[in-house]
Design a protein around this ligand. Structure first.
Ligand SMILES: Nc1ncnc2c1ncn2[C@@H]1O[C@H](COP(=O)(O)OP(=O)(O)OP(=O)(O)O)[C@@H](O)[C@H]1O
Ligand code: NI
Length: 452
């Protein structure tokens, strides 16, 4: 929600490690367009774990894959989406090595008026397209990062390093900026994926090659991303295996994945991800396939790694119990959208969206009933832009307007909580007609309704 940067076209210490804005990822199948991720915004700081929770099919994995640059045809991250990676060392490094792909906003700001550019954009855009609340808050950075500068000849399609502040000409003089992850390609993408952003999947065997030893696979990562080889790499591989709690690492480094138990394999995958010293680690249901004891150990391990290395973690799960344990902040997803976001305490103490409340009632042990099955029905597959609340058909509190107005995020917590929900029941203190109007107005100059 990045309220801290509203209205100013610069990045300061306040900027998160990664800032996802209005991410839209669609699959263009012969039959229909599946809007798997439909306008997701969230950010993650260094040293922070951000949980992403929701039932099966809500778009969690596609969000993760979009950040990793792993969306395959017929899938596509749509124009207007922005994923900004702000880590300064990485920005300087990219500006140094890929200077031909760098956009210097400090220069361009004097030459272009954002409001004038907005009028020239071919597709219809709104404040929401850029994750802003009002049109006059849209900055040049927003327009160019979202990809609209290409059609106007201001940026090239493969520009991806955006410099927003500098106090000299060399890459080391850059004091703020970001890599626009949605615009990465080729070598620039390879450096980011695995190098700066690591990923751990549910099934460790998808990350491990059965025909190579675990050690060789870690060494390959070390070679690719840190230029280590030979004995030096072997030593580092053993250290990494020790760091993730694999006993007798000196011997096990020479073993094959099938010689490892499920829990040990997942530890090995985590070691492999850490080999590149990532700034951000995306964990997509990393413990779902493991038994409860092993699961607890892996969660403990991730917490310890985070403490030591100050990395940001995005943790995906459908399990509210796990969310409670690992997260600092939580994004609840439903049918391609974030429908509630809050810090973990506010969310559990004061859940606002009826969907979140339903998920919480489904934690085993808190109520009788089975996990995630207390909400009748299934997540719909979104094929059109939402002109309603996608949860309405299953919502115990839905009323007529829920079928015709798309809810926008409104503050629902205590002052300064940064707790928002996208639901027509809020702002709670207003009578129904005024509440509905708040949401209707927020999306009124919206381009929703157009097809992609
Ligand atoms: N390659 C693809 N082609 C078409 N549709 C896809 C593809 N990959 C994902 N989808 C669709 O995107 C939507 C979101 O899927 P996603 O895998 O992100 O859900 P999820 O929240 O991770 O669910 P789960 O908890 O089951 O992992 C689903 O409706 C799915 O059918
Ligand atoms: Ni998934």
């Amino acid at each position: 929600m990045s309220m801290e940067t509203v209205g100013q076209d610069s990045d300061t210490d306040e900027t998160p490690l990664i800032d996802v804005r209005n991410l839209q990822t669609a699959f263009f199948t012969e039959k229909e367009t599946i809007r798997a991720v439909d306008g997701v915004s969230m950010d993650i700081d260094s040293g922070e774990t951000v949980g992403v929770v929701g039932e099966s099919g809500s778009g969690k994995s596609v969000t993760a894959r979009s950040i990793m640059g792993l969306v395959e045809a017929p899938g596509k991250v749509l124009e207007g989406s922005s994923i900004r990676f702000h880590q300064l060392e990485t920005v300087r490094d990219y500006a140094d090595r890929f200077s031909g792909h760098t956009v210097d906003l400090t220069e361009l700001r004097g030459e272009h008026d954002p409001q004038e550019l907005l009028g020239r954009i071919q597709t219809e855009v709104t404040a929401e397209t850029f994750g802003r609340e009002r049109r006059d808050e849209i900055t040049l950075t927003d327009i160019l990062a979202a990809g609209f500068g290409d059609e106007m000849g201001i940026t090239d399609e493969d520009d991806c390093v955006f410099v927003t502040e500098r106090n000299g000409d060399s890459p080391q003089d850059i004091t703020a900026g970001f890599i626009e992850v949605t615009r990465l390609d080729g070598e620039r993408q390879r450096q980011m994926r695995g190098g700066r952003i690591g990923m751990v999947f549910q099934d460790p065997l998808t990350s491990l090659n059965p025909v190579f030893t675990v050690g060789n696979q870690i060494k390959e990562a070390l070679n690719l991303h840190r230029d280590l080889s030979g004995e030096e790499a072997t030593r580092e591989a053993v250290e990494l295996l020790e760091a993730v709690g694999i006993p007798d690492a000196g011997r096990r480094v020479n073993e094959y994945p099938h010689q490892f138990s499920g829990g040990m394999r997942q530890r090995a995958v985590i070691a492999m991800a850490l080999a590149c010293e990532p700034e951000l680690l995306i964990c997509d249901e990393p413990t779902t396939a493991l038994d409860v004891t092993i699961q607890a150990q892996i969660l403990e391990l991730l917490a310890q790694i985070q403490e030591e290395r100050d990395i940001g973690i995005m943790f995906i799960t459908h399990d509210m119990g796990v969310i409670a344990e690992v997260s600092d902040k939580v994004n609840v997803m439903y049918a391609g959208e974030v429908i509630e976001q809050a810090d973990v305490y506010s969310l559990f103490e004061n859940p606002k969206h009826p969907y979140t409340r339903g998920l919480l009632r489904s934690i085993p042990g808190t109520q009788s009933g089975e996990r995630l099955e207390t909400i009748e029905g299934n997540v719909p597959t979104p094929t059109e832009s939402a002109s309603d609340c996608r949860f309405a058909p299953r919502c115990p509190e839905a009323f007529d307007a829920c079928e015709v107005v798309h809810p926008s995020h409104v503050e629902v917590g205590e002052e300064g909580d940064d707790h928002t929900a996208a639901c027509l029941l809020y702002p709670e203190e207003m009578p129904e007609t005024r509440r509905v109007n708040v949401h209707r107005e927020a999306t009124s100059d919206d381009r929703r309704g157009d097809s992609a």
